[in-house]
Design a protein. Structure first.
Length: 622
């Protein structure tokens, strides 16, 4: 249809306009308004790197890769400057064909092959170099984010969803890497191609070029507006899929509980609702994208119409030949790919900005437990621990510990008993500085624990929790957890002390036996003995046993208790226990209530007093 209309302008250009029809057919009649997006590069850079954008913070990660990026940009320059050569060659080819000059046609074809080969070599270098740089940047960002998470306080992890953190470290970081790759491998080269092609078009015919710029400001403004809306919707969409990931993690890790409570339908319904919220968020994003393209397409059509009208008028006036118009149209056609890529990149950059925001939100969270700038290394301690007027609350209106003072001597075994919520676990969590008290101080061997490095403090403390956490890896790696290089003989000795060597030796692979996720292929007693072996290998002077035998059967409990009695010798030990039979032989029992120590003494002394401990004991053994 377009070719027919042009053909009616003047009879002598019918045959020369045939290539136009081929170009139109090649691009499915989408004769994109050539320079309607010519201002997009500046608009995109301004929008992407605006003051409030976290994209600026990526510069610190780009600097180590600057050489690789520069080499890639050199390849992009080679690719861009050879891009408009095809327009010049098409004008020559069209003229030589009409003149029947076979030798000239063959020579021009040789130039086409040479230029095309140079472009592809430059493109290969550009793609591989940028892939190398972007993957390195994503890896560094992921590693630094994970390192930052490891330094955050436990209070943070009590409120955050594990699935959300996982999504940020994987999908969001990958998206950032993709944005960086596309910025240098697609956006920058295509922006260069837009510039050099614009110069070429001005060289051919400045009137035609200006006619294609009529709606450029409007298109640039619309693109920026759509991009900002896309960023907001993408942030919401990624938050929804992050929530869904967190829900999936919880449901899969708690699958035994789901089965035990016959809660499969409940789990399915919760997942269905999360999926629906994710679908709605994704649909809003796709709906915006569906609106954007028709609007831009309509403005593109106006540009095409202006181009054809002005071109037809100039040909009719004799100011433009058919071969020159073909060359100009070829230049316009050559803008299809860069304009399409730049527009698509703009939307992807705005979607990627949501990922950048989410990752840097995480990096901007400050840990509540920090070392002093001049923190010193805590030397080997004897185990004397003092609490001086310590008060602590997770929430200001709910105190857990209130003005608590306590002194524990080296090698003393102290049991903490009391009702749930009395503050037992909180008290021992303050010793390794999992939390800091709002008031008061804690001393180890006369040194304030705030004045020493966290690593040197926690290396002096061993913890055997009620719920043993094992990691995917071998049994030996789990016992030596935290040590990249470890002595296998020391691991075996620790396992023997923990009554674990015998059951480990029964596995075909022994200490190289692979432990599944969370140690699900081991019994509770086996997992607990591995936790004890882990504490033994650390050889701490201070030991915290948090209900270490409460979830075990009587046979496993006897083995674990025997192992615990071995490692408690000569150490300062805190035992949290609800089962009072396990604390009768300790040096001192502290009865806690509402964050205070209300009774203190040996098992015999407290029974004789007939107070709270005596009542607890009577309730358990009546």
């Amino acid at each position: 249809m377009i070719g027919y209309s042009l053909g009616k302008v003047t009879p002598d250009v019918d045959q020369s306009l045939v290539p136009i029809l081929l170009i139109i057919n090649r691009y499915d009649c989408k004769f994109t308004f050539a320079l309607s997006h010519s201002h997009l590069p500046g608009t995109q850079v301004k929008s992407i790197l605006k003051k409030r954008s976290n994209y600026w913070q990526l510069l610190a990660y780009l600097r180590p890769q600057w050489r690789t990026i520069v080499y890639a940009l050199m390849c992009a320059v080679i690719f861009a400057v050879t891009w408009p050569a095809m327009a010049f060659l098409s004008e020559k080819m069209s003229r030589f064909i009409s003149e029947g000059r076979i030798a000239a046609i063959a020579e021009t074809a040789g130039y086409v092959i040479l230029i095309w080969g140079s472009q592809k070599l430059a493109q290969y270098g550009q793609e591989t170099l940028i892939a190398k740089a972007s993957l390195s940047i994503a890896m560094e960002l992921r590693n630094r984010t994970f390192s930052h998470i490891q330094r955050l306080s436990l209070a943070y992890f009590e409120t955050v969803q594990t699935g959300d953190l996982t999504y940020r470290l994987t999908e969001d970081v990958d998206r950032i890497g993709e944005v960086i790759q596309k910025l240098f491998s697609q956006f920058v080269p295509n922006a260069m191609k837009l510039v050099v092609t614009l110069i070429t078009m001005l060289y051919f015919n400045w009137q035609l070029t200006l006619s294609t710029l009529i709606v450029a400001p409007l298109l640039a403004g619309l693109t920026a507006w759509f991009g900002e809306k896309m960023r907001k919707l993408s942030y919401r969409s990624q938050s929804r899929i992050s929530d869904l990931s967190a829900l999936l993690t919880e449901m899969l890790s708690g699958v035994r509980l789901v089965r035990a409570f016959a809660a499969e339908d409940y789990a399915i319904e919760q997942f269905r609702r999360g999926s629906e919220r994710n679908r709605q968020a994704r649909y809003a994003t796709e709906r915006l994208r569906a609106i954007q393209y028709p609007v831009q397409g309509f403005l593109d059509a106006l540009g095409i119409l202006a181009l054809l009208l002005v071109g037809s008028w100039q040909i009719s006036q004799g100011n433009l030949t058919g071969s020159e118009f073909i060359a100009f149209v070829v230049a316009v056609a050559m803008l299809f790919e860069p304009i399409s890529t730049v527009t698509l990149n703009y939307n992807e950059f705005k979607q990627g900005e949501a990922s950048v925001d989410r990752v840097f939100e995480l990096l901007q969270i400050n840990p509540s437990i920090v070392e002093q700038p001049d923190a010193k290394v805590l030397p080997s301690v004897t185990g004397r621990i003092e609490f001086e007027n310590v008060s602590f609350a997770y929430r200001p209106d709910r105190p857990v510990l209130q003005d608590l003072s306590l002194r524990v001597y080296p090698g003393e075994m102290v049991a903490l008993v009391g009702a749930s919520g009395a503050g037992k676990t909180t008290l021992v969590n303050l010793i390794p500085r999992f939390y800091d008290p709002q008031a008061g101080e804690i001393w180890i061997d006369g040194t304030n624990i705030r004045d020493v490095s966290l690593k040197s403090l926690r290396h002096q403390i061993g913890i055997v929790p009620q719920e043993t956490i094992l990691f995917t890896g071998t049994i030996a790696q789990n016992i030596a957890f935290g040590q990249l290089d470890f002595d296998m003989n020391a691991v075996r000795e620790a396992a023997k002390i923990a009554n674990a060597h015998q059951f480990i030796s029964q596995f075909p692979d022994g200490y190289e036996t692979w432990v599944g996720e969370r140690g699900v292929n081991l019994s509770g007693g086996q997992r607990q003995r591995l936790a004890i072996a882990r504490a033994v290998l650390l050889n701490p002077r201070i030991l915290i046993l948090d209900e270490a035998t409460s979830a075990l059967d009587s046979e496993s409990e006897a083995l674990v208790q025997e192992a615990l009695e071995r490692i408690m010798q000569g150490r300062t030990v805190f035992i949290i226990a609800h089962r009072l039979a396990t604390v009768r032989r300790v040096d001192r029992i502290l009865v806690m209530e509402k964050g205070r120590v209300v009774e203190s003494g040996t098992h015999t002394e407290l029974l004789a007093e007939g107070g709270r401990y005596a009542r607890f004991y009577a309730q358990q053994f009546s």
